[in-house]
Design a protein around this ligand. Sequence first.
Ligand SMILES: Nc1nc2c(ncn2[C@@H]2O[C@H](COP(=O)(O)OP(=O)(O)OP(=O)(O)O)[C@@H](O)[C@H]2O)c(=O)[nH]1
Length: 340
Amino acid sequence: MNASSDIHDDPDLDPDEAALVASAGGAAAISWEAPEGFRSGFACFVGRPNAGKSTLTNAIVGEKIAITSSKPQTTRRIIRGIVNRPDAQLVLVDTPGLHRPRTLLGERLNDLVYETWSSVDVIGVCLPCNQRIGPGDEFLLKEISELPRRPKLVALATKTDLVSRERIGQHLMKIASMEEQLGLHWEAIVPVSALTDDQVDIVVDELVSLLPAGPVLFPDDEVTDEPVETRIAELIREAALEGVSDELPHSIAVIIDEMRPREGRPADKPMMDVFASIVVERDSQKGIIIGHRGERLKEVGRVARLQARDLLGMPVHLAIHVKVMPEWQRDAKYLNRLGF
Ligand SMILES: Nc1nc2c(ncn2[C@@H]2O[C@H](COP(=O)(O)OP(=O)(O)OP(=O)(O)O)[C@@H](O)[C@H]2O)c(=O)[nH]1
């Protein structure tokens, strides 16, 4: 194992940051009793890689919680977002994609997927309008229909902004015909574009209508119960994946080595020190991440630092090391260390 390239951004407050810190103190938790007829429960989105699951989750929850990327299969952890309404609380669970396991990591991820599917009340099946429904989608639905405890299903025809109305119509007909073909039942079929925010509210209405009666499950000022360290690790991973070659995404993991408030700062001007490692499998991959004269890593740090600052509501000093851990995806010891 070896470490390299360390980036340190200028930690001084700029006026923007000062404003952010000033406005971060005022949020108060509101608590209320669940009224008669209140519904609560869990939902997740499934679909082929790139189907738009994370983007839809973000559009619904209205805060950046899951990572989105133009590369397939980058959503690796379960991340919950919570929608609070006067009549319901909807907890969204984001799952990794299901794929043929080639490594121990692959097997563990698939187990996680089945576990998540079985534990939710509703599954939203994302079927992008710009791609034909194929064997991959059918495989996924067959797996769901064979679960011992089958949740309710809603079909979501995603990315409607990319195609014509005529094409949307054909796509919806095809989705409807899957009921008979695969012996399943859609509670609803909803066309939606998360990108242009078209029908996102209808998706939420449908999901909520399928939840059981129940109390508030999480305090209503919580957007996600994912530890903040995990969310910052995801932000760094997302930034590191931007614009890198196709073989890299599966080989990247991020560990937050340490996160602590900077000592000696005035109480009204806090700052967070974050020490993180990007883990890759080979020296050549380390080179790609770091880039010529460290330029790429510096950019990764800059992007992730600004997002971490928004998340924490205070300036962040971010130091990133790149480490090589050969074959980490196959090694139980490394996987445990990385939290899988
Ligand atoms: N035009 C358009 N693009 C979208 C929409 N939703 C998602 N995308 C894009 O599609 C790509 C994949 O979206 P994601 O939300 O990451 O897809 P995912 O299903 O979570 O992908 P995996 O994590 O790989 O399983 C990204 O480039 C998104 O910007 C949409 O409604 N319209």
